[in-house]
Ligand binder design. Sequence first.
Ligand code: NDP
Length: 428
Amino acid sequence: MEYGNFIASEWVAAAATRPVIDPATGTVLATVAESSAADVATAIRAAREAFDAGPWRTTTAQARGRILFEMARLVREHAAVLAELETRNCGKPIVESEFDVQDAATCLEYYGGLATKIHGETFSVPDNAINLTLKEPIGVVGLIVPWNYPLLLAMWKLGPALSAGCTVVLKPAEQTPLTMLEFARLVREHLPELPPGVFNVVTGDGPVAGRALVESMEVDKIAFTGGTETGREVLHGVARSNLKKVSLELGGKSPNIFFADCDLDAATDGALFGVFINQGEVCSAGSRVLVQREIAAEFIARMQEKTARIRLGNPLDRATKMGPVVSQEHMERVLAAIARGRQEARLVAGGGRAESLPQGCFVEPTIFESDNAAWIAREEIFGPVVTVIPFGDEDDAIQIANDTPYGLAAAVWSRDIFRCLRVVKAVR
Ligand code: NDP
């Protein structure tokens, strides 16, 4: 399969191409555009034209809503194909991809419904005047998406942008562009109501194609999800250009907190699910498991025993619980983090590449035990690696939970609902 960029509802060749690799087998799945800054500028011009001069600005909210419902219907109708493609491209188990694809459609439906519910406000002001606000689309939005939930996270951005009446240029992660390109093909074939230029997709490398979006004077907003350092780069790029609006969703090292009175069986399932779903490639993964000291030994033993039963393998096999991580490069990053962890923390399970699956980027689900000061307990690994950190009392748990530069997600497990609510409020 060969894809160009999707610009003004046409497939447009770029300056160069690049292969897209299946991380489970190392085979080439497709060839896609490797866009230069000039290729991206072509897409931005199409989006600009569609916003400034095209019919999109005067399209009613009802019509925009219907277009989003139609997009959702296309996703559901082609769910099997999209899910298989997602699994082949990013390695997640097929059962998870099927869930993601349905979730992507649900997201589009949500924003389809929201299109007609975008309200301004009125304010009482002195001197018998009326003061009111009208919500208007921002304009051309650059959507930059990571590789862990390629289709779903793209919809989290595309849905609200189109619902509000913006036009978009979307850049998928270089490793995982295929479901978005397939979605573009479906839109082109089945959704003539969508004016050309409203929805554009460009593929390519972040520091070139992503940066071209970020630094464009013609783009009015960037919606970015990705790593914290890249987020910092995006802010610098925005500062260097037109001070466009920007929203960032970045990394995490989230605490999953287990008190001694929790249901041990459910709790250990929750701890493992929280960090090993999607191979741990989840921004909100519970990658720090905080366990009250009196149950720590038993808790770790149960995690160890259950981890041994997690089935790694071909992600298209419905029995597989964990597939490969997204790429060779990422696998090497995760393995280097594990090697560093082994020097400073106690290894409880896993600890390396899955040797029985040498053809793909498979990493064993890995558990460390350490205190919260260890590097492995502080850095986001973004792979199947968890650190168990014992704690004393409630205050201790809260202190450890908050002792992180991140602050994305958290969970609390206890049979005492009052304690749960107290801790939830105290964790920042
Ligand atoms: P990156 O930050 O490397 O990439 C995210 C996106 O940004 C990709 O499309 C990438 O393109 C692009 N990009 C890279 N460099 C630049 C640049 N200089 N200017 C503009 N765009 C750029 O993250 P990953 O794709 O590796 O995703 C993993 C990270 O994302 C994790 O750290 C995780 O925490 C975070 N994440 C956060 C989520 C959240 O909701 N908070 C959800 C999912 C992930 P390219 O792929 O071509 O480099």
